[in-house]
Design a protein around this ligand. Structure first.
Ligand code: ADP
Length: 494
């Protein structure tokens, strides 16, 4: 990555962002705007449309019309594939510009953002583009002179509500399979990270996606997000974000048309280190990067470190050393390891969790504070708290910040019991040289993703999703397609 190019891009003034409805850029119907504040320095960098319920309804109506007239679903698969591949190419061609725009908006360090955001978004869209003409129905082994066919049909209009930590990547996890299967989509980016996703959506039109097939509306979740959730004209809602909002989306569904709702929610993922780990230095470095990159704003972050008591002090010292070696600061400097916390509100919440941890007997080994306040930005030192008991707030509640809680254990059974002691079940890891133990951990820890001697595998060929209150309906891989199709059975008398 070229620092000079990044510096040029970051200095570019931004014009106001609008909605994207029916292939056109449109302001909010009442002219309302929201300031976009950069977490890098707390400055307003542009404005975006503060969507109204009417704006969202217009977007849904446009998506519905586009679906009903078959302008996308009715195209031959090869034609849809061509458009999506072109879109992936355009995202790649504009990768640095998109990444810098996204970082100015959400604060993720550029080294991570360039790979995880445009890089992974383009790869995801390409993956589903390539898959779309290889997915078809079934002929059932029905008896006698009757033929049973199972069709896979697009569901219709998909509402996609996206969080602020990785807007392009997570956006693509929903948009890729939804559009590949012929659906129309109404996108609702997060208040504090809309810009890059809005730009990415515009590129879809440039690639040839017909107007109305992808509409995007910015604004407050409780205004435009609620309208999307309550719509009678949205068939499937897909979401990544907090448990509280996930619960609300299920309520919206129940109160309206009982649309299918797929939720990817938070986690309190256990990273379990046994004394027989193959390499404790490596485990410590990965434990630190697994919680502190992107300021801990990663749904699969290993936020609970469970350490075998015999190596507790030694291992915590190694993780603290790795944490202190991480450079926190301007996310648009290529040598920064940890960028800015997404918003002042999130930073305050993170610091609040540290205070609670202290009152519950936790000891802050490193970090714990806001730093670089003179920049005007929102930065927090990577924070490690030891002495976190099983039921402590830090062991039970997702922080979504750079805060690692440490809990010792004596036996494998105790490690599994601790690992499974939250309402969540998104990710986890175990570090051990014992093959049998490795498999027992994979079986025993209740999660959607389990790592052995590594953390944070990110390939698009495998599902990513949780169990329990971490959600349902994994993103990524061919399995994700199921969320965006209806099965229809046809009986044909021969
Ligand atoms: P966080 O609390 O970390 O910001 P949220 O779950 O609130 O996480 O945000 C994730 C996404 O959900 C954002 O796009 C946000 O606008 C949206 N959202 C928030 N509240 C609602 C709501 N009541 N209805 C629909 N969407 C919402």
């Amino acid at each position: 990555m070229d620092q000079t190019k990044i510096d040029v891009l970051r200095a570019q003034p931004l014009s106001a962002f609008t909605h994207l409805i029916d292939g056109k850029q449109v302001p909010a119907s009442d002219g309302g705007t929201m300031d976009v504040i950069s977490p890098i320095d707390g400055q307003v960098i542009t404005t975006m449309a503060a969507g109204t319920a009417a704006d969202m309804e217009a977007a849904i109506a446009s998506a519905r019309a586009a679906f009903e007239d078959g302008r996308w679903a009715g195209q031959p698969p090869a034609a849809r594939k061509k458009v999506l591949l072109k879109w992936a190419d355009l995202i790649e061609a504009n990768a640095l510009e998109l990444a810098v725009l996204g970082v100015r908006d959400n604060g993720t360090e550029i080294g991570m953002a360039i790979k995880a955001e445009p890089g992974s978004a383009a790869a995801t869209i390409r993956y589903y583009a390539e898959a779309l003409d290889k997915i078809y129905g079934e002929i059932a082994p029905t008896p006698g002179d009757i033929l049973g066919l199972v069709h896979k049909e697009p569901v219709g209009v998909v509402g996609a509500i996206i969080p602020w930590n990785f807007p392009m990547m997570i956006g693509a996890w929903k948009l890729g399979p939804a559009l590949a299967m012929g659906n129309s989509v109404v996108l609702k980016p997060a208040e504090t990270a809309s810009l890059s996703l809005m730009r990415m959506a515009e590129l879809a039109l440039e690639a040839g996606l017909p107007p109305g097939v992808l509409n995007a509306v910015t604004g407050e979740g409780r205004v435009v997000g609620e309208t999307l959730g309550l719509s009678m004209d949205v068939d499937v809602l897909v979401f990544t974000g907090s448990g509280g909002t996930g619960r609300r989306l299920m309520e919206y569904s129940a109160r309206s048309n009982m649309k299918r709702v797929y939720l990817e929610l938070g986690g309190k993922s256990p990273n379990i280190v046994f004394a027989d780990a193959p390499n404790l230095d490596e485990a410590a470095k990965v434990a630190a990067s697994g919680i502190f990159r992107n300021s801990g704003q990663v749904c699969v972050a290993g936020s609970r470190l469970l350490v075998e008591a015999a190596i507790h002090d030694e291992f915590v010292a190694k993780v603290a050393q790795a944490a202190e070696a991480m450079r926190v600061g301007d996310p648009l400097k290529v040598d920064t390891h940890v960028g800015a916390v997404n918003s002042e509100e999130q930073l305050k919440a993170n610091l609040g969790f540290v205070e609670i941890a202290k009152t519950e007997g936790g000891e802050v080994v490193t970090g714990g504070d806001r730093i670089l306040q003179d920049t005007g930005g929102y930065y927090m030192a990577p924070t490690i708290v030891t002495g976190v008991t099983r039921d402590a707030t830090l062991a039970q509640k997702e922080v979504f910040g750079p805060v690692l809680g440490v809990t010792p254990f004596e036996t494998e059974g105790e490690a599994i019991a601790l690992a499974n002691s939250t309402v969540y079940g998104l990710a986890g890891a175990a570090w051990t040289s014992n093959l049998g133990r490795a498999h027992r951990m994979v079986r025993g820890v209740r999660t959607g993703v389990m790592h052995i001697n590594t953390y944070g595998g990110a390939d698009g060929t495998v599902p990513l999703g949780g169990v329990g209150q971490s959600g349902n309906g994994a993103d990524k891989s061919l399995h994700a397609i199921e969320k965006y199709v209806n099965l229809k059975t046809a009986w044909i008398k021969l």
